[in-house]
Design a protein around this ligand. Structure first.
Ligand SMILES: Cc1cc2nc3c(=O)[nH]c(=O)nc-3n(C[C@H](O)[C@H](O)[C@H](O)COP(=O)(O)OP(=O)(O)OC[C@H]3O[C@@H](n4cnc5c(N)ncnc54)[C@H](O)[C@@H]3O)c2cc1C
Length: 384
């Protein structure tokens, strides 16, 4: 039996689950709706470890991912004069290390692009017709979900309505799918703020900047990082744990307002201040958010299911968000195949498999158990 599937969000999860679903049954009709007019292939470095490389190998993408990885050799912590005060080396994949750098470090944009391109290529190679394909719909979103025993009637932002057998919310930590399917109250309560505000952007590389990431703890509960690796530009990350209503309010406003709020919050930092502030102002890939974890008691309701950050976001401070989303995509596609596309049965199994996963994610930051969950999720599960 083939399914008519809607995936909301073309980030990391969206193209990944589309590819896996189509592989398991080329007859599926899969639409991915993305709010942005083009693929959002920006963002800073993300790491792939534990089970993510295995899943990418199964998808035939590991070599391509490896070729796009950046070469970061470790992390040094520095004082305000730039002198090294601590050093952490890189950890091999599957190994736990105290440092930041994994064997597979890749820019988020490259990861998204590889998955997107691969989904298009796979779809073209199958030579399927309309109604049995992966189709992307950019510059649109969903405005309502209406469930019945027959399916989910989805209204799009252009006013069109379409019925689907399954809707997958892969639309990130502020997921609209979660809000529409579970209600605003449940959705808002799922966001657990860590009380940290973060900004990520690229700045020009300077002479002498090597392949080590550099971190500095600045007065006023701030952390600053630069990550250059072997790239022609440097990734800059600014974090503050200082309560700031201005930063909090800025995320719903323009990029200009967000930048102004971060400049104000960081202009008194004591390391690379001029470089980072001017770089922030000039950057064209600035991205900022209030760091939080997403904790849902349930990942599905009826025929709507959450995947990746939309349902279980551990936050950049624990890392592994991209790993979790790949594990989630693998388990969801695997259960749909195993249950022969019985949507309700597959979602029940996805919930059960993710129960252990979810409670590990729910562990707070002082406990590192969130990190081990992808190992659980696929050590016992192999889908062919
Ligand atoms: C622009 C951007 C930059 C990022 N930069 C970093 C970074 O530097 N470091 C890091 O660790 N993590 C970053 N992340 C988060 C990281 O990608 C995720 O934590 C992780 O990869 C899980 O992926 P995901 O697919 O669940 O969510 P995401 O990668 O966040 O993708 C969600 C997608 O859904 C789309 N979307 C959102 N709302 C709607 C809607 N209503 N309708 C349709 N589409 C919608 C978004 O535009 C996005 O393309 C970034 C995310 C984005 C969107």
């Amino acid at each position: 039996m083939s399914l008519n599937v809607l995936i909301v969000g073309a980030g990391v999860c969206g193209p990944a689950i589309a590819m896996l679903l189509q592989r398991s049954n080329p007859q599926h009709n899969i639409t991915i709706v993305e709010r942005s007019p083009t693929l959002r292939s920006t963002g800073q470095q993300i790491d792939l470890k534990t089970q993510a490389p295995h899943i990418l190998r199964k998808m035939g993408l590991l070599d391509e991912i490896r070729a796009r990885c950046v070469n970061e050799t470790g992390l040094e912590m520095v004082d305000s004069s730039g002198t090294q005060i601590a050093y952490f080396g890189a950890s091999a994949s599957g190994q736990r290390g105290p440092g930041l750098t994994s064997e597979y470090e890749i820019m988020r944009g490259n990861m998204v692009q590889v998955l997107y391109d691969a989904s298009i290529k796979q779809n073209a190679a199958l030579k399927l017709g309309p109604g049995q394909e992966i189709a992307y719909l950019f510059g649109q979103t969903i405005t309502s979900l209406d469930q019945s025993a027959q399916g989910v009637d989805v209204t799009f932002s252009d006013g069109r309505t379409q019925r689907y057998d399954l809707v997958i919310g892969a639309d990130g930590q502020h997921s609209r799918t979660r809000q529409l399917a579970f209600g605003r109250e449940v959705s808002d309560a799922a966001f657990k703020s860590l009380g940290i505000h973060g900004a990520y952007f690229s700045i020009p590389r300077i002479d002498g900047e090597g392949t080590l990431a550099r971190g500095h703890l600045a007065p006023g509960r701030k952390m600053i990082m630069t990550r250059t690796s072997d790239r022609p530009v440097t990734g800059a990350l600014l974090f503050t744990m200082k309560e700031s209503p201005k930063l909090k309010a800025s995320y719903k406003k323009s990029l200009k307002t967000q930048k102004e709020a971060f400049v104000e919050a960081f202009e008194d930092m004591d390391w690379q201040t001029d470089r980072l502030i001017s770089g922030l102002k000039e950057s064209d890939d600035f991205y900022a958010n209030e760091l939080g974890q997403i904790k849902m008691n349930q990942l599905s309701t009826g025929r709507v299911v959450l995947l990746g950050d939309a349902g279980y976001c551990p936050s950049p401070f624990t890392g592994l968000g991209t790993n979790l989303c790949l594990v989630g995509a693998y388990v969801l596609a695997g259960e749909l195949a195993r249950q022969r596309n019985d949507v309700m049965g597959a979602l029940k199994c996805y919930e059960e498999k993710n129960a252990a996963l979810h409670c590990r994610v729910s562990a707070n930051l002082s406990n590192d158990s969130g990190v081990s969950l992808p190992i659980f999720a696929t050590r016992h599960l192999v889908y062919e």
